[in-house]
Write a protein that binds this ligand. Structure first.
Ligand code: HEC
Length: 99
């Protein structure tokens, strides 16, 4: 029984594997503080997150997500550190699910 539990735990962790070396919580905090969704809300309504799941998304791989975060950082006058980009990517990966 204990082995089964360990196995399930391993499988579920693998399902959450992320290519980003970031702290999703810190990324979420930054995203909210900088009001990243303000423009996205104007474009897509709701909480703005539909921009991440739109069918014509510009983001198809982890590298594109990182570079879009960098570009959009310019929209809020922010020059993100590599770590900050990784943190926000780790947070936004809830929409992209890159492995
Ligand atoms: C001034 C308005 C504005 C702000 C503020 C803004 N964005 Fe964006 N964002 C856009 C626009 C416009 C696009 C679509 C770009 C395109 O289609 O080439 C976009 C697209 C994106 C995408 C890609 C969506 C997809 O899958 O196609 C990501 C990721 C993103 N923004 C992250 C952020 C983050 C992180 C912040 C905060 C640091 C932020 N944005 C702040 C305007 C903004």
């Amino acid at each position: 029984m204990r082995y089964l539990f360990a196995l399930l735990l391993t499988v579920s962790c693998a399902a959450h594997a992320s290519p980003f070396q970031g702290d999703a919580k810190a990324g979420q905090k930054l995203f909210n503080e900088l009001k990243c969704n303000s423009c996205h809300i104007n474009m897509y309504g709701g909480d703005g997150s539909a921009i991440f799941t739109r069918p014509n998304s510009k983001v198809h791989n982890p590298a594109q997500l990182i570079s879009q975060i960098g570009r959009c950082g310019g929209n809020v006058d922010k020059d993100f550190s590599t770590q900050e980009e990784q943190n926000i990517a780790a947070y936004l990966n809830r929409y992209y699910n890159f492995k």
